[in-house]
Design a protein around this ligand. Sequence first.
Ligand SMILES: Cc1cc2nc3c(=O)[nH]c(=O)nc-3n(C[C@H](O)[C@H](O)[C@H](O)COP(=O)(O)OP(=O)(O)OC[C@H]3O[C@@H](n4cnc5c(N)ncnc54)[C@H](O)[C@@H]3O)c2cc1C
Length: 387
Amino acid sequence: MNQPYDIILAGGGAAGLSLLYHLLHSNWRDRKILLIDQEPKNQNDRTWCFWETEPGPFESIVHQQWQRMYFRSPSFSQRLNLQPYCYKMIRGINFYQHVHQTLADFPNVTVANEEVRELWEIDELAGVTTDQSTYTSPWVFSSLRNEYEGERTNGHQYLLQHFKGWEIRTHQPHFNPQEATLMDFRIDQQGDCRFMYVLPTDEQTALVEYTIFSAQLLNPERYNQELRKYMPQYLGLTDADYQVVHEEFGVIPMTDMTYPKKQGERIIRIGTAGGATKASTGYTFQRIQRDSQQLVQQLTTTGTISPDRFSNRRFHLFDSVLLNVIGRGIYPAGEAFADLFEKNPPARVLRFLDEDTHWGEDFAIMNSVPKVPFIQGTWFALQSKIT
Ligand SMILES: Cc1cc2nc3c(=O)[nH]c(=O)nc-3n(C[C@H](O)[C@H](O)[C@H](O)COP(=O)(O)OP(=O)(O)OC[C@H]3O[C@@H](n4cnc5c(N)ncnc54)[C@H](O)[C@@H]3O)c2cc1C
């Protein structure tokens, strides 16, 4: 067995690397840290978008940002001014490289490209068994998801946010890189919640993403068909006008189930595995940053980890209501989002999704959607809390 580490990070994706980054900017920077991931993280496997009002810790790798974004639906379309927020995009590969380059200055951090087989705990020590070795530490932070998948309980909503993105390059200048489309609901909903994002990064390049909230994935070719259809219909681009230079596919869980935040006392779950994904939207990146900062603060000030992470009951209920409304098909999601953006300043909607609004603003948000379907959604949401 190896000498104990002060911290082990099992999983070096968004959550593992973010926590590591924040640790290296705290007074834990000299501790003995082990990062384990089965992948070398050298692929651009995802693009993260999020919003914030100030420059964040990863400002230097923000690929593009927008203050003006379109919302489009059959009933309401408008260019939204997001101020004081900026909607930002970070490419996965830039994030992985940025954090791994930072590690070069820290010989106390070891990176192991190994597959985790088991996490365990004995007394005051947690352990990780990989395909190659066994490691121990007082703290293991795990973003591995495989152990809890399938623990479903009755009454809860389990939707998937699944999406296929094409990064396209047009032969001629075609886009205004200052303006993006946050949601375009004009496409055929086919009984689900379906929309497109269009995120131009320069006049000839844009990420166009077909996104669905539903219980089942589509046949892989269906995503491509819908993207191909959208180009001429809404972007005015024929097949001859562009080429696809990169593709991404993703599935994000959207559930009102409460995720276990720990596995024992010394194995702390982080990232999507720890409940960082916002149930009603799938946004996770910024919540990971907030959680990482709080975890580091707790470790450095009290030396313990609070069990109350991602536990705002008010917003958990709001998420559950929206998931029930969408998942049970009570009211079309596109119209619900149209109501929100039509009747509220965009900044209020973003603040609400960030769980930063006060009661008065929550009331205004609730008042902007039709009462009967949302009361129905609330009834189902409350039922799931009782059962
Ligand atoms: C394509 C895509 C796009 C997304 N876009 C956005 C977005 O725009 N905005 C947003 O807020 N959120 C987005 N998300 C959601 C969320 O931010 C990401 O999924 C994020 O990567 C979650 O971070 P994580 O650390 O929990 O998981 P991951 O980043 O997936 O990290 C988990 C790590 O664990 C490793 N691992 C797994 N099993 C093992 C094992 N047995 N042994 C060793 N290593 C293991 C994996 O290799 C991986 O590196 C997106 C998700 C996807 C899939």
